[in-house]
Design a binder for this molecule. Structure first.
Ligand SMILES: [Mg+2]
Length: 466
C-alpha cells in the first residue's frame, strides 16, 4: 500500500511567560517559561502531523534546530510505508550516524526526536480517523510489538514475552475501554503545591482541588525543610478534613489508596524534589518530612543515578515512603535499569523526553512486566494533552490496570490546544474521543502567532515595555 509522501515541515519556538506567575516553580527550576518546540509535518495530500517537545525557556531554539535535522530524515518518505512498521520508522529516525554522535539517545537530539516521532504518530492516528490511544489499543499484539522500540532492552523483555503479555490482555480490552470511558482515568493535582506560591494560595488551591473531586495531591519540596513541613501540614490539614470533600462524598478509602499513606478521607500526598539532593541528603531530608506521610518522594536525586535511587528507596522503605522518578529519564535503558535495580515504586514516563510513542511503548511493556505502576509526568505545556493517551494505552492494552495509577494534571495553558484535555466531576481525565484529534497536540495558530519567540506579538510587546 502506498500513501501520501511527506513533503516538508515547519517548526515553531513557542514560549509562554509562566515565570511571571510562579507556575511551574520547584526547588531546581525557579524561573520557567513553559515552552514548546513544535513541529508540523506536511504531505502531498491534506494529511498533516503535529508534534512537540517541552522545554522551560531559553534553549528552545536549539531544540527546534535539532528537530529540523531529525525531521529531514522523513522528507520524501511514503506515509503508509512508515505506518506499516512504526518500530522500523523509529529506528530510521535514530539511525543517522552524525546525529547519533551528539546523543546517543539523550539530550537535545533525543527530545527533538521525540517531537518528530510524536508528529508521525499524530499523523498516523489522523490518517485512521482515531484518537492516538484508540489507534494503538486497536492494534493486534503483533502490530503493537512491531511499533515498539526494542533495541537494547531484550535482556529485560523480549519481543516474545511482550507478545505473550499483550495476548493475555486481549480478551479484556473492550471491557476496560468501556469502563474508562465511563469513569475517566484517575488523576492527581500538582498545581496547588508549586514552591513559588504563598501559603494562602496553596491552601486556597488545595481546597479547590479537594472540592473538584481529586484525592491525590503533589507538593514541591527541597528548598527548606522547615518550610516544606509547614506547607505540607497546611495541605494535609485540608485534604484530611472531611468538611472540604465535595457534597455527598465520603472520601476515597479503599484498595486504590492502600499502601499510599492515605489520611482519614483517603487523601494521598506526594512530594517532589526535582533532583536537588545528594543521596545521603535525600534520605535525611525525606525522613524529616515523615510526619506529613508522603506516598513517595519524586526525583530525589540526579535522574541518571540508578543505584542512588535504589539506595534511597531501600533506606526509606522502613519509613513507608516510596520513590518515583522518570520525567528526566532520557531513554528506555535508564528505565530498564531503574526497574532491574528495584529503584522505583512508581514509573513516571515523559511523553516527549523519551523519543516519542514508540519508545514509550517499550517502557510501558517493561513496567508491566516488573509490576511497577506507570504514572506519567505532565507538568508542562502540552504534556497533559499527550499523556492521557499513553495512560489509556497502558490500561486498556498493556498493564490492564488503572486502579492504583494516577496521572498528573496541571491546570494551565490548555486553552492553546485545539483538543484540550479535560477532567470530570470525579477528578479524573476524560477519554479523548474526537476522530480528528490524533495525539491532541495541535496548537491554535493564533497561540503560535502570539507566543512564538522572539517575534510573536506577546514577546514584541513585552520587549517594548521593558
Ligand atoms: Mg516532577
Amino acid at each position: 500500500m502506498t500513501g501520501a509522501k511527506i513533503t516538508h515541515f515547519e517548526t515553531h519556538d513557542v514560549r509562554f511567560p509562566t515565570s511571571l506567575s510562579g507556575d511551574g516553580t520547584d526547588a531546581m527550576n525557579t524561573d520557567c517559561d513553559y515552552s514548546s518546540a513544535y513541529i508540523t509535518l506536511y504531505t502531498s495530500s491534506s494529511l498533516v502531523g503535529h508534534g512537540m517537545t517541552f522545554t522551560i525557556g531559553r534553549g528552545n531554539e536549539i531544540v527546534c534546530q535539532a528537530i529540523k535535522e531529525v525531521a529531514s530524515r522523513l522528507v520524501g518518505r511514503d506515509t503508509e510505508q512508515l505506518f506499516a512498521n512504526m518500530g522500523a520508522a523509529w529506528d530510521h529516525l535514530l539511525a543517522d550516524p552524525q546525529l547519533r554522535w551528539i546523543g546517543p539517545e539523550k539530550g537535545v537530539i533525543h527530545i527533538a526526536t521525540g517531537a518528530v516521532n510524536n508528529a508521525l504518530w499524530d499523523m498516523y492516528a489522523r490518517a485512521r480517523s482515531k484518537p492516538l490511544w484508540k489507534l494503538v489499543v486497536d492494534m493486534s499484539p503483533e502490530e503493537l510489538v512491531s511499533a515498539t522500540a526494542f533495541r537494547y532492552i531484550t535482556d529485560a523483555i523480549t519481543r516474545e514475552e511482550a507478545l505473550a503479555m499483550l495476548k493475555e490482555k486481549e480478551a479484556g480490552k473492550k471491557d476496560r475501554e468501556a469502563k474508562v470511558k465511563e469513569l475517566g482515568y484517575p488523576a492527581y493535582v500538582t498545581s496547588a503545591g508549586w514552591l513559588g506560591y504563598s501559603d494562602e494560595k496553596v491552601a486556597r488551591l488545595t481546597k479547590e482541588a479537594v472540592s473538584a473531586g481529586f484525592n491525590h495531591f503533589k507538593m514541591k519540596v527541597g528548598s527548606n525543610a522547615a518550610s516544606d513541613l509547614r506547607r505540607g501540614k497546611i495541605i494535609r490539614s485540608i485534604i484530611d478534613d472531611p468538611q472540604y470533600l465535595p457534597p455527598g462524598s465520603s472520601g476515597h478509602l479503599g484498595p486504590s489508596v492502600e499502601g499510599k499513606n492515605a489520611g482519614p478521607t483517603g487523601a494521598v500526598l506526594m512530594i517532589d524534589a526535582n533532583q536537588v539532593w545528594d543521596v545521603p541528603q535525600a534520605i535525611e531530608y525525606v525522613k524529616s518530612l515523615e510526619e506529613i506521610k508522603p506516598w513517595f518522594i519524586e526525583e530525589p536525586t540526579a535522574p541518571d543515578d540508578i543505584l542512588g535511587h535504589a539506595a534511597i528507596r531501600s533506606a526509606l522503605k522502613p519509613h513507608g515512603i516510596g520513590v518515583a522518578t522518570g520525567e528526566h529519564a532520557h531513554n528506555r535503558m535508564i528505565f530498564k535499569q531503574l526497574l532491574q535495580a528495584q529503584a522505583i515504586d512508581v514509573c513516571q514516563i515523559d511523553s516527549c523526553r523519551l523519543a516519542g510513542v514508540s519508545e514509550v511503548l517499550s517502557v510501558l511493556l517493561m513496567a508491566a512486566k516488573f509490576g511497577v505502576p506507570v504514572c506519567p509526568h505532565a507538568g508542562g505545556v502540552g504534556l497533559c494533552e499527550y499523556v492521557i493517551h499513553l495512560s489509556l494505552i497502558d490500561y486498556i492494552a498493556v498493564s490492564g490496570t488503572m486502579e492504583r495509577n494516577v496521572l498528573e494534571f496541571v491546570d494551565h495553558l490548555h486553552e492553546h490546544f485545539l483538543y484540550p484535555c479535560s477532567i470530570n466531576s470525579r477528578g479524573r481525565y476524560n477519554v479523548p474521543t474526537n476522530a480528528a484529534e490524533g495525539y491532541s497536540i495541535e496548537m491554535h495558530k493564533n497561540s503560535i502567532a502570539e507566543y512564538e519567540w522572539p517575534n510573536g506579538s506577546y514577546w514584541v510587546e513585552a520587549k517594548g515595555t521593558k
